[in-house]
Design a protein around this ligand. Structure first.
Ligand SMILES: *Cc1c(COP(=O)(O)O)cnc(C)c1O
Length: 231
């Protein structure tokens, strides 16, 4: 488990360097440690090493890990959310990164109303317009947000993307730049009932490029916990 504290220190240094390169402050960038498939005791170790944001991509795994870990941790739901799982997750996580349809927004709003909570969400953008991926297409994003803004119990906080798979970050630079442009354009329009302040992009392979292009929330699994083993 020693590798975790070392990895965190290295990643924080790399975040700081990338922020500096872009003339930004390192402390404006949130590091979400992605603990999916990783045992809870490793996530607990990350928390002891200063991590306060953890991300998961499955509802059941988020709920079960949350129960084992300190309550001050902020949990991030990153994966595609089926409407029948919404009841489980609303009220349990601090931020849903993967709002990707109106139907899902309606269900989140309905359950949030019932539970009397405001659910904070990012809109997932299919920035590479890849047919196999979830997410709103860039050209429909503003219209989508306007519709969701009418829901009383959802607060849109920004945008998220999973950029096309790449083995070196540089190849996603254009996608990250497109995301930033979309983010800023929507921010400028000051839509009611939306707070466009989170731009969630960048993973283990490409987080430095993402930060240089404006990300203020990076989601890092492999580089922090090591390679995942799927069973
Ligand atoms: C798994 C996952 C990550 C972390 O990916 P790594 O390449 O392991 O850093 C980030 N975001 C989402 C949505 C994921 O599903």
């Amino acid at each position: 488990m020693e590798h975790i504290s070392q990895n965190i220190a290295e990643i924080q240094q790399r975040i700081a360097n990338a922020a500096k390169k872009a003339n930004r402050a390192a402390n404006e960038i949130t590091l979400v440690a992605v603990s999916k498939t990783i045992p809870a005791e490793y996530a607990a170790e990350a928390h002891r090493c200063g991590i306060s944001n953890l991300g998961e991509n499955k509802t059941a795994e988020l709920i079960s890990k949350k129960a084992l870990l300190p309550s001050e941790i902020k949990w991030h739901m990153l994966g595609h959310l089926q409407t029948n799982k919404v009841r489980k997750i609303v009220g349990e996580c601090g931020l849903i990164h993967s709002l990707d349809s109106l139907r899902l927004a309606e269900q989140i709003n309905r359950v949030s109303l019932e539970k009397n909570v405001i659910t904070e969400c990012l809109v997932e953008i299919n920035i590479g317009e890849e047919p196999q991926k979830f997410g709103i297409s860039p050209k429909n994003t503003e219209n989508f947000i306007q519709k969701v803004a009418c829901f009383s119990n959802i607060l849109i906080r920004g945008l998220m993307c999973v950029a096309p798979v790449s083995h070196f970050g540089e190849s996603n630079r254009n996608f990250f730049a497109m995301m930033r442009k979309l983010f800023i354009d929507i921010q400028k329009n000051k839509l009611d009932n939306t707070t466009m302040d989170i731009l969630s992009m960048g993973m283990s392979q490409d987080f430095e490029t993402a930060i240089e292009e404006g990300s203020n929330c990076v989601r890092i699994g492999t580089a922090l916990f090591g390679k995942r083993e799927y069973v």
